[in-house]
Design a protein around this ligand. Structure first.
Ligand SMILES: O=C(O)CCC(=O)C(=O)O
Length: 277
């Protein structure tokens, strides 16, 4: 299939998103860009060790990651869904190696943001081909209407933080495989039910996922980036493009930043636990 880098989603694609909570495949990055992104991610993975946990916040620490989140073609598609005011809430790289049991349990992203959260769209950008065999994302279309109950089921193979998964079983017969070629993306609503199986293919499956929202979003305690527009958002801490540091310095700052953020998330979770108890 020839994928054309279109500069805005067609109206039919917007309607598909509104109906199903997801649209794919959408052209995102040209081949040379994907190759460079893959090289940068492999270099980072090599430093973090085999099969690292999902890598968050790379866009706040590395220029190569920041530039993907601000890619004009990606943003044009996101703008067709969210409007002209766009905030990059975060990013996460989910890498699944062949032969490992790592999977992503069924969940809705907005379980972290609540039902009153601002609209949010995730761009799942395929850094490698993502297929049924290598554990592509799977969705249950048209489940984006309401937030379902979740519970914590700790499982080291589940790549979700705290193992937060849907509390009730879902009908897997309804699941759709979101198969993508490297350089394509899917755009999913933060309430759509989704997950993925382990990688039973021959090569790695890597997705670079960018969470986009609007300036009315609540702060989650970490900096965000304004991608388009200029609406006031005093509740958000805005960050800019990371400095063009030598790779050693950028890596050190990434380790420091992610450790501080994880400590903060753990502190908040503990406080919430005390409040619930
Ligand atoms: O990459 C996957 O397998 C799942 C992705 C996911 O859960 C997400 O983007 O929210």
């Amino acid at each position: 299939m020839q994928v054309v880098r279109q500069h805005r989603l067609a109206e039919s694609a917007v309607r598909t998103y509104q109906r199903d909570g997801i649209v794919f495949p959408v052209a995102a990055l040209p081949a040379a860009r994907v190759l460079r992104l893959r090289e940068s991610l492999e270099a980072l993975e090599a430093r973090l060790g085999e099969m690292p946990a999902p890598m968050r916040w790379t866009n706040l620490c590395f220029t190569w990651a920041y530039d993907v989140t601000m890619d004009p073609v990606v943003l044009d598609s996101v703008e067709a869904l969210l409007g002209p005011e766009i905030i990059v809430m975060g990013s996460i790289v989910i890498s699944k190696h062949p032969g490992h049991d790592a999977y992503v349990g069924w969940h809705q992203d907005s379980v972290n943001g609540g039902e009153d959260a601002a609209p949010a769209v995730s761009a799942w950008i395929a850094v490698t081909d993502s297929t049924r065999a290598n554990g592509c994302m799977r969705v249950i279309p048209a489940t984006q209407r309401r937030l379902l109950a979740h519970c914590e089921v700790p499982d080291p193979a589940n790549l979700l933080r705290a193992g937060r998964v849907l509390a009730d079983p879902i009908d897997e017969e309804q699941a759709v495989d979101v198969e993508l070629r490297a350089g394509e993306m899917s755009l999913h609503h933060d309430l759509i039910v989704h997950g993925s199986r382990p990688n039973r293919g021959d090569g790695k499956r890597v997705g670079f996922v960018v969470r986009y929202t609007t300036p009315s979003a609540h702060s989650r305690g970490f900096p965000v980036v304004r991608a388009r527009g200029g609406a006031a958002c005093p509740q958000l801490e805005l960050a800019g493009r990371p400095p063009d540091a030598a790779s050693e310095a950028a890596f050190a700052s990434y380790l420091g930043f992610t450790a501080a953020m994880e400590r903060e998330i753990a502190r908040k979770a503990a406080t919430a636990g005390h409040q619930r108890a």
